[in-house]
Design a protein around this ligand. Structure first.
Ligand code: PLP
Length: 432
């Protein structure tokens, strides 16, 4: 059992009652809507790449809050920046500007190498950033929006309309209309669909929720050409891949991913605040930047100075400590080590510290359970793949025990890890 206690030197924490993990879990189920299923653990504290549960057990956080905790947990610079801003000016309405908000917008424009006339709109999450994209697309006056099969862009109605997975969409139909899904990576389908009545083409440079699936080489460059020909907005959703995750500030800048193909609109969230909620839309050039005018969009909290301070601190530490170079080096080494980690690994996909370990059988959920019991947090992103999106400050020494854990998994000793036996040719088949 453990109480939530204040960190040293940070004043008195609001008291939180003691309780075991089981007690907190029961209270969670009784008090929170069941949108996420039962919690895997109840976490009370974090430090760097580790978190602790309510029963005092430590875990190596290889998911980083799903690609959010870029600097790990309780990073002193981020904590200090948030505290200082909150202690100075915590919130103002968007009738007013704050220096932190302006400074973060300028930093993002510079990092994205956005041309003159580019502008930023701040949100609180990724889905809200994509929601703004849908409104920008509508403002072009064109009826069609193209997205890809396997896409994930968020859960609010506009972003959900861009999200492909039927299980996420169907309970909420009718969704905003005009969205068409193209087969993933299919250039012929893209060429056939692009036309002068298309408002926007919305892509992830690497599809995260689909199991860390990069666009095929050359796809984005051709998409850019077609977007230019037809005056279509090329929108890149870098909510998951942005802010250093792949080893470049943005995946579109990474030589092996976007190879420098510039979008018209870029959406960000997740890693931007290092754990503090913030999202952003970066509109490249004056055409995209002018699509939303006064009164046409807004947000009470978007651009909040504390969130902006978190963004500035996160970006500042990544830059100061040359973390992107570290991500490139560690990511390459880790991918190679994972690919050689025993009989359960079929292949490793991904770039930088957004990796998927494709297993030899559809047992990712079971492996994630075993990993959790052994003190590692990973995500079974598809039935057969584990996603790793750890803090960008993770080190090789810290992650080595997970590689050893994976290597030690033995399908001959644990039948739950073994692939399904193939059907004998004359075996009765499931009705289809
Ligand atoms: N876009 C992408 C590519 C994502 O991965 C996510 C979240 O996983 C979202 C949008 C939605 O972001 P949020 O959960 O902050 O609304």
């Amino acid at each position: 059992m453990s109480a939530v206690v204040p960190a040293a030197g940070q004043g008195e924490a609001v008291p939180v009652a003691e309780g075991s993990a089981a007690q907190w879990s029961d209270r969670y189920s009784a008090a929170l809507m069941n949108t996420f299923g039962a919690p895997r653990r109840v976490l009370v504290r974090g430090d760097g790449v580790y978190v602790w549960d309510a029963d005092g057990r430590r875990y190596l956080d290889l998911l980083g809050g799903i690609a959010v905790n870029a600097l790990g947990h309780a990073h002193p610079t981020l904590t200090a920046a948030i505290s200082a801003q909150l202690g100075t000016l915590g919130h103002v309405s968007n009738f007013f500007a704050t220096p932190t908000q302006v400074a973060l917008a300028e930093r993002l424009l510079a990092l994205a190498e956005a041309p003159d006339g580019s502008r930023v709109f701040f949100t609180n999450s990724g889905t809200e950033a994509n929601e703004a994209v849908v409104k920008m697309a509508r403002r072009t006056g064109r009826p069609r929006i193209l997205a890809l099969e396997g896409s994930f862009h968020g859960r609010t109605m506009g972003a959900l309309a861009l999200t492909h997975k039927p299980a996420y969409r169907e309970p909420f139909e009718p969704l905003p209309g005009g969205v068409e899904f193209l087969p993933f990576g299919d250039l012929a389908a893209l060429e056939a669909a692009m036309a002068d009545d298309v408002a926007a083409l919305v892509l992830e440079v690497v599809q995260g929720e689909a199991g860390v699936r990069p666009l095929p080489a050359g796809y984005l460059a051709r998409a850019r050409e077609l977007a230019d020909t037809h005056g279509v907005l090329l929108v890149l959703d870098e909510v998951q891949t942005g802010i250093g995750r792949t080893g470049a500030w943005f995946a579109f800048q990474h030589p092996d991913l976007g190879a420098g193909v510039r979008p018209d609109v870029l959406t960000l969230a997740k890693g931007l605040g290092g754990g503090f909620p913030i999202g952003a839309v970066v509109a490249f050039g004056s055409r995209a930047a002018a699509l939303l005018g006064p009164g046409q969009h807004g947000s009470t909290f978007g651009g909040n100075p504390v969130a902006a301070a978190a963004g500035l601190a996160t970006v500042g530490v990544l830059e100061r400590d040359d973390v992107l170079a570290h991500v490139r080096e560690l990511g390459a080494g880790l991918a190679a080590a994972l690919a050689a980690a025993g009989p359960m690994v079929r292949e490793v996909r991904g770039t930088g510290l957004l990796l998927a370990v494709e297993l030899t059988a559809p047992v990712a959920a079971h492996v994630a359970d075993l990993a959790l019991a052994a003190g590692f947090i990973v995500n079974p992103v598809t039935p057969s793949a584990l996603r790793l999106a750890p803090p960008l400050v993770l080190t090789a020494d810290q992650v080595a025990p997970f590689v050893a854990f994976l290597a030690a998994l033995d399908p001959s000793a644990d039948p739950a890890l073994a692939p399904e036996p193939p059907l004998a040719p004359d075996a009765p088949k499931e009705p289809s």
